[in-house]
Design a binder for this molecule. Structure first.
Ligand code: APR
Length: 256
């Protein structure tokens, strides 16, 4: 791993437009389970039940969603940024980060110190919600209070009775067009693209490393397990995101 860390630190020092791309694996050391590791979210819940059509189309679908959400949100809400988030935020402070494109909705990159404008959220953000009918905005904390203190099991808009939904993208839901366009533009203009903690199996997010590679960027993958992109990567660093990214940051700081 040390040879990979040395290479990534030197690549970061030399890069003109470094971009970091993260997935759920960057947050597991904060106590938030990922999706496809053993014991991950899709080991416990059926993703076919967690579709946009199910949520919008049926009360039963929304009930199932909120049964899960009422317990998963407090884990996300109390999670703290881990050394991987902190190292990525420090890259920004060292002027070694164009942006962080993330598939995560846990807001931990922002809480680690990355400015909002440096975080491109492809799958939304779990801290905000809104009414799908009248558009009224609600914080997810407020919705959690309805669930916990008011005995609500399927939140409805207090203003119009409409469906309340967090700003997170469900399977079958259109992706945020602006974020996807911005992420593609940034990936295509990157000269260094570092993937941290993603299985790279969910599209269109998983096209981002391909966009970067096709535009000539050096591709780095930091992940606990192999990904379909490993054969196309210039550097693969198997390991834990927190350990690897902190070691890269320390080495980068010590380079002359
Ligand atoms: N350090 C490094 N890698 C890790 C760590 C860690 N501490 N913990 C887990 N990983 C790796 C796993 O080995 C796995 O390859 O992170 C990857 C996480 O993959 P997924 O669980 O598939 O998460 P992600 O790639 O973000 O999934 C993409 O799928 O279900 C949808 O919307 C969901 O945004 C999510 C998308």
């Amino acid at each position: 791993m040390t040879e990979g860390i040395e290479r990534v630190a030197r690549l970061l020092r030399a890069a003109r437009r470094p971009v970091v791309f993260t997935g759920a694996g960057v947050s597991t050391e904060s106590g938030i389970p990922d999706f496809r590791s053993p014991g991950g979210v899709w080991d416990r819940f059926d993703p076919r039940e967690m579709t946009y059509q199910n949520f919008v189309g049926t009360e039963a679908g929304r009930r199932k969603y909120w049964e899960i959400g009422r317990h998963s949100y407090p884990v996300m809400r109390t999670a703290q940024p881990n050394p991987a988030h902190l190292a990525i935020a420090e890259l920004h402070r060292l002027d070694r980060l164009e942006c962080c494109i993330t598939q995560n909705v846990d807001n931990l990159h922002q809480r680690a110190g990355l400015p909002e404008e440096k975080v491109i959220e492809l799958h939304g953000n779990a801290t905000r919600a809104r009414c799908l009918a009248c558009g009224a905005p609600y914080s997810r904390d407020e919705v959690q209070r309805w669930l916990e203190e008011e005995g609500v099991d399927v939140p409805a808009c207090p203003r119009c009775g409409g469906i309340v939904k967090p700003y997170t993208i469900l399977f079958g839901e259109p992706m945020p067009a602006g974020a996807v366009e911005e992420a593609e533009r940034r990936a295509r203009s990157a000269d260094l693209f570092i993937v941290v903690g993603s299985s790279l199996v969910v599209y269109p997010a998983a096209y981002m490393p391909a966009h970067a590679r096709h535009a000539g960027a050096t591709l780095v993958i930091v992940n606990l397990t192999p990904t379909p992109y490993d054969a196309h990567a210039d550097v693969v660093v198997p390991g834990k995101a927190g350990e690897v990214m902190d070691a890269v940051l320390q080495r980068l700081r010590s380079l002359p």
